[in-house]
Each structure stands twice: as structure tokens, then as C-alpha cells.
Write a protein of this length. Structure first.
Length: 180
């Protein structure tokens, strides 16, 4: 740290990649925590609706699960758009929602495919077994959803980096020149 000729102490510029990795890891951790919070609430919605539908209707287990998954998908979209990824690009909302629904449908197939296999392939269809395999299916589908949502649906805005030869980000304003 040194003293400028007419201002507060200044720091030497950090190496170009010195803090970048740390910032990226911190950002990913924050994103995972937010994704987990919304996903955890969505998981609760999914299980409550699933078990409620199984209790009050005569629907087969996988049909009840599909209904619960669809309700959770709607809940999760709202949570992801307005909490987890609220700082992401919002300029192409139709594209975003279309991709979200596409990848959610793939997740729905993964999640309910596991439950279908356990129920109809192995005959494991007690309420406890159904909840265990639904949970397992959700876990596998969540890995896919996290990757696909962050990569394709809620795309990051372009980073505005520093201009060559300057120490700050591009702002569209020229710094004031000091006249001696």
C-alpha cells in the first residue's frame, strides 16, 4: 500500500487472476445455497402434494407423483427467477420459460422414471418405499436441473471487465484528468 500524491492510500492492482478464482468459487457457493433453499422448499411442496394426492385420491403412485412434480416445478420457477437467479438476464423471458419447462420435463421423467422402475419393475410400492424412491429420483433429477438451469435457462449477464490500460471496469465515462 502506498500513498498517492494527493489522495487516500492506494493499493497496488491485484494480479489479473489472483482474486478471480476466489470470486468464482464464492459466487458458485452463494448460487448453490440459494438453489438449495428454493429446491428444499420445492422438495417439501413436492412431497406434501404427492402424499396428499395419494391419501385423498385413487390415483396410481406415478400419476400422483407427476402431479406433485408439476406443482413443484411451478413453485420452483418462481423461486429461481425471483430469488436464486434474480440478477441474471431477463431480456428473453419466453426463451427462458421454454427452456425451463423443457429441462424441468426431462427432470420430471428422470424423477418419476426412478419411481416407476421401483414400483412397477420391482413391486416396491408401499408408502415408505414410494417416498424413498421419489426422494432418490428427485436427487438424481436435481443434479441435472442444477446444471441445465444455470447453463441454459438463467444465463449470466456478460461481465463488464476493465479496459486495457485502465484499473477499473468499463463504465462509459472517462475519468477526470488532473491538470497540474
Amino acid at each position: 500500500m502506498g500513498l498517492g500524491s494527493s489522495g487516500p492510500p492506494t493499493r497496488a492492482p491485484a494480479p489479473a487472476s489472483g482474486g478471480t478464482l476466489r470470486r468464482r468459487i464464492d459466487g458458485l457457493v452463494r448460487e448453490l445455497v440459494k438453489f438449495g433453499a428454493v429446491g428444499g422448499a420445492g422438495l417439501l411442496v413436492n412431497f406434501v402434494v404427492f402424499n396428499l394426492v395419494r391419501q385423498v385420491t385413487d390415483l396410481h403412485v406415478v400419476r400422483a407423483s407427476v402431479i406433485a412434480t408439476v406443482v413443484a416445478i411451478v413453485f420452483n420457477y418462481i423461486g429461481f427467477r425471483y430469488f436464486t437467479y434474480r440478477d441474471r438476464d431477463k431480456s428473453r423471458r419466453t426463451r427462458e420459460m421454454s427452456l425451463f419447462l423443457l429441462f424441468s420435463a426431462v427432470g420430471l421423467v428422470i424423477e418419476n422414471g426412478v419411481l416407476y422402475t421401483a414400483t412397477y419393475g420391482f413391486g416396491w410400492d408401499s408408502p415408505l418405499q414410494s417416498n424413498i424412491f421419489k426422494f432418490l429420483g428427485i436427487g438424481i433429477a436435481t443434479l441435472f436441473r442444477f446444471w441445465s438451469y444455470r447453463t441454459w435457462v438463467f444465463r449470466a449477464l456478460p461481465v463488464r471487465g476493465p479496459v486495457a490500460g485502465s484499473s477499473g471496469p468499463v463504465t462509459g465515462h472517462r475519468p477526470k484528468q488532473r491538470v497540474p
